[in-house]
Design a protein around this ligand. Structure first.
Ligand code: HEM
Length: 555
């Protein structure tokens, strides 16, 4: 169920106990070393009837910010605490790998950054991070604009062709954003125009097929796909492998082409970060040009595949939930449109204008707070570790043995009643920086001095209570790319259209795999805006009273 219903859906007073024998077995398997930790006892049906993160939230309120969840022979430690999260993600990051997640994603992403073992990760991260240089992201603003305009043009055409006198069309905005994000990733990462906004192709179908399978695997707790012969016998596995081959062939030919067209003149431009005069400013061009012809093709393919998957559905989801929330809050939508009207003219967008779109940026981060993508981060302890005492757990913390699987619930952190005022409400203003003359009492959680110059609130400012892109060394490498991309797309959409949900928000059910998305789309009426200025006059402004995240007091 949707945002409002999800959190009000309080723990049922009587849950069926998880089979005692399985708890006992789990304790025995983990040597009893997690002994003192509260154990979530629920029916196994809790895990399947609705997205897992809802149940994890209920158990968080019941058992505190670090608890053990046992089902079948498996046990997970569930963490909903900024101090413990900071320890796992940053302070002792290399004591952990991606555990179950890596097992699920390796067949798709190979040795790409997300599932990579630590040695491969260290080597590849060093190579890839410079590719996301600020000037590269700036150069991408043109790509974000061009692709967003393609979506807008499509909507305008639908309106023109439609029969509605009031000039609107009805579309599934989730599907439109998914196409838009795919086009942007294709062009930005490997200079390939999927053009999925306007057409279908075998490669596009294969990408969606692969995403579908990745999602299925991430909600299926038994890796049946590793059983011998399944890839030949089970039809969905056969389809998955044929989809994978279509994408791999496409990526292989792009890599081959990038290597064959490498030119010293381009290398020099890249070294000087002179993206503006490059015909192809993609990340692939950077990776090939800066490392010469010796780059391992297989590794490059794994890197590209990882970014294709990691950067596509996530961005589509943040745009979908942003409009879903705005559609339910027309005053905030008008406030956003007023900002867009005052900052953007009809020409192209530049970075200085993007900096001025403060409210649009806050909408995006607030959508990421309410609907984090992914809602859970997954880790496995490589060695025994001692978790610190959390915000509302025992002071001395817990010893955990090597092999412990951990779910870091970003959803719980982002909706924690301990850190957020009215945690389930959509209040982009909560992130706005207090002005000098305003009281900063209770405001230590968002201290802009901790992250000077940050255009978007981040985990450092919020001291790990806000983790939209993770944190520590394995933090998302594409965070700034995604944020600017979403800002451009949302601003351009709101400049031209209003958004109205078709039907009640409660009917937009959530499902989750790697991201939180809708069960059957986000159908919206998209009316063209008339006389923007008249619309703005109606805008009455919003009381930008600040809310607090009282986080760092806990640390
Ligand atoms: C990692 C979120 C967009 C590439 C991550 C992680 C999060 C995240 C939470 C950390 C995972 C963990 O610690 O287990 C998001 C969100 C996005 C987004 C919410 C959009 C709104 C992108 C884009 C790209 C990308 C556009 C690439 C173009 C990656 C990669 C990693 C990663 C390669 C692995 C980093 C590493 O392990 O070193 N992302 N991401 N992401 N993301 Fe993103």
């Amino acid at each position: 169920r949707c945002q409002s219903s999800s959190v009000d859906d309080k723990p049922k007073s009587k849950r069926r106990l998880l089979d005692n024998a399985s708890n006992l077995l789990t304790n025995l398997l983990s040597g009893g070393s997690l002994g003192a930790m509260p154990v979530a006892e629920g029916a196994v049906t809790d895990l399947f009837g609705r997205p897992l993160f809802f149940s994890l939230y209920d158990w968080f309120l019941e058992h505190g910010s670090v608890y053990k969840l046992a089902f079948g022979p498996k046990a997970f430690v569930v963490v909903s605490d900024p101090i413990v999260a900071r320890h796992i993600l940053r302070e002792n990051a290399f004591c952990y790998d991606k555990g179950v997640l890596a097992e699920i994603l390796k067949p798709i992403m190979g040795k790409g950054l997300i599932p990579a073992d630590l040695d491969t990760w260290k080597q590849r991260r060093k190579v890839i991070t410079p590719g996301f240089h600020a000037l590269f992201i700036e150069a991408m603003v043109g790509v974000f604009t061009k692709c967003s305009e393609r979506t807008i043009f499509k909507l305008e055409e639908l309106i023109e062709r439609g029969e509605h006198a009031e000039k609107y069309t009805i579309v599934d905005l989730e599907a439109e954003f998914s196409n838009l994000a795919l086009d942007i990733i294709g062009l930005g990462v490997f200079n390939f125009d999927f053009d999925s906004v306007t057409k279908e192709s075998p490669v596009i179908k294969a990408v969606y097929g692969t995403l579908f399978e990745a999602e299925h695997r991430s909600t299926f707790y038994i890796p049946y796909w590793n059983l011998p012969l399944t890839r030949w016998i089970v039809p969905r596995q056969r389809k998955f492998h044929s989809d994978l081959k279509v994408i791999n062939d496409c990526l292989d030919s792009l890599i081959k082409n990038a290597k064959e067209t490498r030119q010293e003149a381009d290398v020099e431009k890249l070294q000087q970060r002179d993206y503006s005069s490059l015909k192809d400013a993609s990340l692939l061009r950077f990776l090939v040009d800066m490392r010469g012809a010796d780059v391992d093709d297989r590794q490059l393919r794994d890197d590209l595949m990882t970014m294709l998957i990691a950067g596509h559905e996530t961005t589509a989801a943040v745009l979908t939930w942003s409009v879903f929330l705005l559609a339910q809050n027309p005053t905030k939508m008008r406030k956003a449109q007023a900002e867009v009207d005052s900052v953007l003219n009809n020409g192209t967008i530049n970075v200085d204008q993007l900096k001025k779109l403060e409210y649009i940026r806050l909408i995006i981060v607030e959508a990421l707070r309410l609907y984090p993508q992914p809602p859970l981060l997954i880790r496995r302890a490589l060695r025994p570790d001692k978790l610190p005492g959390g915000y509302n757990g025992p002071k001395e913390g817990y010893e955990i043995p090597a092999g412990t699987d951990i779910f870091l619930s970003i959803y719980n952190l982002h909706r924690s009643p301990y850190f957020w005022d009215r945690p389930d409400e959509f209040e982009p203003e909560r992130f706005s920086v207090p002005k000098m003359d305003e009281s900063i009492e209770g405001w230590a959680g968002f201290d802009p001095d901790r992250s000077p110059g940050a255009m978007y609130p981040n985990e450092i400012i919020a001291d790990f209570a806000f983790l939209p892109f993770g944190g520590g060394p394995r933090k998302c490498v594409g965070d700034q790319f995604a944020l600017l991309e979403s800002t451009v797309a949302l601003a351009l959409l709101l400049r031209k259209f209003d958004v109205e949900l078709r039907g009640s928000p409660d009917e937009v059910e959530m499902v989750t795999g790697a991201t939180i998305h809708t069960k059957s789309g986000c159908a919206c009426a998209v009316p063209q805006r008339y006389g923007c200025s008249a619309g703005n006059k109606k805008h009455t402004g919003i009381n930008a009273s600040m809310q607090t995240a009282r986080v760092s007091k806990a640390s």
